[in-house]
Write a new protein. Structure first.
Length: 239
């Protein structure tokens, strides 16, 4: 194998005139303007042209990293100050709503039976009317934003959609979720659930495909069981 011809550390272009070490290096060691790594750094620190180059090439990246760290610290502080209710609705719930959309991938809005428009994870029992059932995957199905916001969520059509898509027996199960006993979850409880919920959501998203109604019910059962939020009576549907 032929050894690459070495190059001399000899400044050119923007670094021209800088007094370098003049040593010979493999080509990949000459990193900028004819300089080796050591001389390149020294040129940026000791010459006017080098300092201008440094400010243009490196400071913006450094400042961007600093701003990114500051944003992340601000986000974490905001989360730390959240109430239990706010953490549920703003952090944990959106992950479960996305999970429901991924389970229902390729299907129409549960209430309008239309494919048009941006889709959300809509609740049969709204979060405002029943916070206890808000984290149950059987209470969350794909629903268009338009349908989900119209008069509180198209309740009657949502009911009809559940019956049409999954059968009357499943609708009765979903409708009975209103009897779910209070959960009394703490913020620490939900913080632990959030990590697990995100992992589950990512796995389902990677393998998303149009599934049969039976498969979608089964996936909801599995997610509920894995999260362990609800008693089996209210988390697993069996015929």
């Amino acid at each position: 194998m032929i050894k690459p011809k070495e190059k001399q550390c000899k400044p050119i272009n923007k670094a021209y005139g800088y007094e370098s070490c003049g040593k010979m290096f493999p080509p990949h060691k000459i990193i900028y303007a004819g300089c080796c790594q050591v001389c390149y750094w020294d040129w940026m620190q000791t010459t006017e042209a080098g300092q201008i180059h440094y400010q243009k090439q490196f400071l913006p990246k450094s400042q961007q990293k600093t701003r990114s760290r500051e944003r992340e610290e601000k986000r974490k502080t905001k989360i730390d100050l959240m109430t239990t209710s706010a953490y549920r609705s703003k952090i944990l719930l959106p992950i479960l709503q996305k999970t429901a959309r991924m389970i229902d991938y390729g299907t129409a809005c549960i209430a309008s039976d239309r494919f048009e428009g941006k889709m959300a994870g809509g609740h049969y029992f709204s979060v405002g009317s029943n916070a206890t059932t808000s984290l149950n995957l059987h209470n969350i199905h794909i629903q268009s934003f338009q349908s989900n916001s119209w008069k509180g969520g198209d309740d009657k059509k949502y009911q009809e959609g559940l019956i049409k898509r999954y059968g009357h027996e499943y609708f009765e199960f979903v409708n009975a979720l209103k009897k779910t006993p209070a959960l009394h979850l703490t913020k620490d409880d939900m913080t632990e659930m959030k990590t697990k919920a995100q992992q589950i959501c990512n796995e389902i998203e990677k393998s998303k495909r149009l599934s049969s109604p039976e498969a979608r019910i089964s996936l909801r059962n599995k997610v509920n069981e894995n999260l362990g939020i609800y008693p089996k009576e209210f988390s697993v549907f069996t015929k």
